[in-house]
Design a protein. Structure first.
Length: 269
């Protein structure tokens, strides 16, 4: 918070909203004690960030922090599963080994400057995702260390390409208090399949975002309400023998892509 007046105003708004709910729903003392116990359990379980996600607060704050003011790519929440210092690799880039379960995906695009579309040579991309089973590497002991996580740079024309597998929808952690909360209010814990991406380039505002896939069953019902239409991409299937052979594969594969536009730091970021 910046400034005492702003803090006082925000707290006043929260308190007023709480009083309104207490009056409208005739909240009793034993119910208040239940709520306080639940809030205490959230902290003990370390699930306050997850609660902020499912309430849509994380997405709203991200929108305030990184407003889209031009042609730059829309931001999105980082989520709790990013890991710093993922392996930095050279082309050809693969997020996983050739025996990774799932449908092969070749993903490509460009990184450019918003507005003039100038290619950003050497832009650094940090990409992470779940496995076909819906787990990140550090959640699943069966996965190799740093599986489906890589950092790599765009080429001299701002182009990038990497090979991976199509990620799957997954459920957020539901064994703790947030899971009980969702069940109590009749909400599901599912997130649509997505790729996480962080991009950096000197002189430009860093970008953290997510990309989603058309046709996903949870695309319009994400439990953290983070899907943005402009961050949704199509999957194209390739199953002709000559296509699969050209990629060194013996099975069908998918292609997709996205062009990222970064806002110059001097433009207000």
């Amino acid at each position: 918070m910046e400034g005492n007046d702003r803090l006082v105003g925000a707290v006043g708004g929260i308190v007023q909203a709480l009083h309104d709910v207490v009056r409208e729903y005739d909240v009793k003392e034993h119910e208040l004690r239940q709520v306080l116990g639940f809030l205490t359990e959230l902290g003990t379980a370390g699930e306050w960030p997850l609660m902020a996600d499912v309430l849509g607060v994380s997405v709203a704050v991200d929108g305030n922090t990184y407003p889209r003011e031009g042609q730059e790519t829309a931001s999105n929440v980082e989520g709790p599963f990013w890991r710093s210092d993922a392996p930095l690799v050279e082309a050809p880039v693969a997020l996983c080994g050739p025996d990774e379960p799932g449908e092969a995906l070749l993903f490509s695009g460009r990184v450019v400057s918003a507005g003039d579309q100038r290619p950003l040579a050497g832009a650094l991309l940090d990409v992470w995702q779940t496995s076909q089973a819906g787990w990140y590497d550090h959640q699943d002991p069966s996965q190799p260390e740093w599986n489906l996580r890589r950092r790599f740079r765009a080429d001299a024309e701002g182009r990038y390409e990497f090979r991976t597998v199509v990620p799957s929808p997954y459920e957020i952690p539901k064994s703790g208090p947030v899971g009980r909360f969702l069940a109590a209010v009749g909400r599901h814990p599912w997130r649509p399949a997505h790729l996480h991406v962080k991009l950096t380039h000197e002189g430009f505002r860093p970008l953290t975002t997510m990309l989603y896939f058309e046709g996903d069953p949870w695309l319009h019902d994400d439990t953290i309400s983070s899907v943005k239409p402009e961050l949704t991409v199509a999957l194209t299937k390739h199953d002709r023998p000559e296509e699969t052979a050209s990629q060194g594969l013996d099975r069908p594969f998918f292609t997709s892509g996205y062009d990222f536009a970064l806002r110059p730091a001097a433009a207000g970021g």
